[in-house]
Write a protein that binds this ligand. Structure first.
Ligand SMILES: O=C(O)CCC(=O)C(=O)O
Length: 290
């Protein structure tokens, strides 16, 4: 019997496995290391569903040829990128081959959490909400989402960064929830992070001036040593929570296995979201208390 996954996610059948509250030890680990790894956060059905629901967006063929590269940030000058904060748009790898566009998609962003019913349901689930409150957020709200494909052989590197460089607020509250939709290993470009690196200052900020201009501004000397980064190899369904000041990156994928992930970013609405962030007019999805 073939299963219609999209239907499954909207019927009464259980789409989410229900997760427990995190323990005091997990919370302490998060504040010590700047990240928290939660195994089996999502079921294989949830992962499969999200992987299926993304497919039509990859095939829609309307995507402009905008490359997403953290090496030179050239995408940042493009209106297609700047206006994607409340849209669902595809971005390409730097070394894409013209004849096979779908296989060269780097990521889909930045409002799946609001503009697609299934992604919205997963992103705003009580599991994510509970986690955000458990980690001390007072009024957590999702503002950005990305489906990252890291496709075989072409999946590019993401340079070392702190998420607060892109989603800045005073005080800094941005928190990333990164779900492995496929196993992530050293071979296919898993995340790397510097344990405890979130205790360093914010080193850069992507600043937007007006409608067209964005630039990366250096704020402080990098205090972190990238050699201290460790690979976060995880299985499908694992969630990695990332503190907004944690330096993290992922190398290119030179293997034959893809490394799909879904990342959502929340801020605390009690903090002031900086009005010179690249992301303006985001889709805000508040996470309810549960
Ligand atoms: O998935 C990746 O390779 C990078 C993701 C990332 O940097 C993020 O979600 O902040």
């Amino acid at each position: 019997m073939s299963v219609k996954l999209r239907d499954l996610s909207t019927t009464k059948q259980k789409f989410f496995q229900v997760n427990q509250q995190i323990s005091a030890k997990q919370k302490a680990d998060y504040f010590c290391d700047g990240y928290l790894i939660i195994k089996d956060f999502a079921s294989s059905l949830e992962c499969l569903t999200l992987k299926q629901v993304i497919q039509p967006y990859l095939k829609q063929g309307e995507a402009e040829d905008v490359i997403f590269s953290t090496q030179d940030q050239c995408h940042c000058e493009e209106q297609y990128f700047l206006e994607s904060g409340n849209q669902i748009r595809c971005f390409y790898e730097q070394n894409k081959r013209q004849e096979d566009k779908t296989r060269a998609i780097n990521k889909v962003g930045h409002a799946l959490h609001a503009q697609d019913a299934v992604f919205k349901r997963w992103s705003t689930s009580p599991n994510i909400a509970r986690l955000a409150y458990d980690l001390g957020m007072k009024q957590p709200a999702l503002i950005q989402s990305m489906y990252i494909l890291k496709q075989p052989f072409v999946g590019g590197a993401v340079t070392c960064h702190q998420d607060a460089a892109f989603l800045h607020s005073s005080p800094i509250t941005v928190t990333g929830f990164w779900l492995a939709l496929e196993d992530a290993s050293v071979e296919n470009g898993c995340l790397y992070a510097i344990p405890g690196g979130h205790q360093s200052e914010l080193s850069q900020r992507l600043i937007r001036r007006g409608n067209k201009k964005v630039h990366m501004q250096d704020l402080a000397e990098n205090e972190w040593n990238i050699k201290e980064a460790i690979p976060l190899e995880v299985k499908q369904g694992t969630l990695i929570v990332l503190h907004g000041l944690l330096p993290h990156y992922s190398p290119a994928n030179h293997s034959s296995a893809s490394r799909h992930a879904y990342a959502i970013h929340a801020v605390d609405l009690t903090s002031d979201f900086s009005n010179d962030n690249w992301l303006q007019d985001p889709c805000i999805e508040r996470l309810g208390h549960c």
